[in-house]
Design a protein. Structure first.
Length: 225
């Protein structure tokens, strides 16, 4: 339905339709993360524009429009990891839900539930339950700077040791994602209280850390039998 006073379009989302889509456009995923029906988005194309803008009446209010534009820019910067495959132009909603959750975005419960649809990496088993770490009262200050990086490397070595004992050899990306998950549960954050994503942890803390050597040794041992 349309708000006749402000000419705003306010439609109910058909979640039974969207949750079963094999892939969606980035703008559609962004709208759903804000509880906005993607069917409400009305585009504007003008000469010289490389991508469409969205009409004011596409959103319930001005705050929603501003937040949509912010989130869309963030999602565009992560589009490669959100895509269904390397050649597709669509992204997977469950991956968007996981990314949004890691950023602390407020999202509708229907979208948050999609996080459970993301399968764990095949090269690793589900991590065994670990004792909860004691979280400092002011975690954002304690874990600023280099401190969280040292913590990440310690955890990475423990993950590699645990998985190598099972003849499993996770890559850096998989290790970093598990560290990010543990950091979130333990309340460990980076500079300024910002959440630490797997990609950020891999880039800034895991250089030179790999289970590849263990894989090579395991292969050599099997060949010698």
């Amino acid at each position: 339905m349309k708000d006749t006073v402000n000419e705003r379009i306010v439609n109910a989302i058909d979640w039974d339709h969207w949750r079963f889509m094999a892939g969606v456009k980035l703008s559609e995923a962004c709208a759903l993360s804000l509880d906005i029906d993607p069917e409400s988005l009305k585009t504007i194309w003008e000469y010289g524009m490389t991508r469409p803008a969205y009409r004011r009446e596409s959103f319930p209010d001005d705050n929603s429009q501003r937040e949509f534009n912010k989130r869309l820019r963030v999602l565009e910067s992560h589009q490669r990891e959100l895509k269904k495959n390397n050649i597709s132009d669509v992204v997977l909603l469950p991956k968007v839900a996981v990314l949004g959750t890691s950023f602390g975005w407020e999202m509708p419960s229907e979208m948050g539930a999609m996080c459970e649809l993301v399968a764990p990496p095949k090269c690793m088993e589900t991590p065994e339950p670990q004792a909860a770490s004691v979280v400092p009262e002011n975690a954002s200050d304690v874990h600023d700077g280099e401190d969280w990086q040292k913590n990440a490397r310690v955890i990475a070595n423990k993950i590699i040791e645990r998985q190598t004992a099972k003849d499993l050899y996770p890559n850096q990306e998989t290790i970093a994602d598990e560290i990010a998950k543990k950091f979130r549960s333990d309340g460990i954050v980076g500079s300024g209280g910002k959440p630490l994503t797997g990609a950020y942890i891999k880039r800034h803390a895991l250089k030179g850390i790999s289970s590849a050597q263990g894989r090579q040794l395991s292969t050599s041992t099997r060949r010698g039998k």
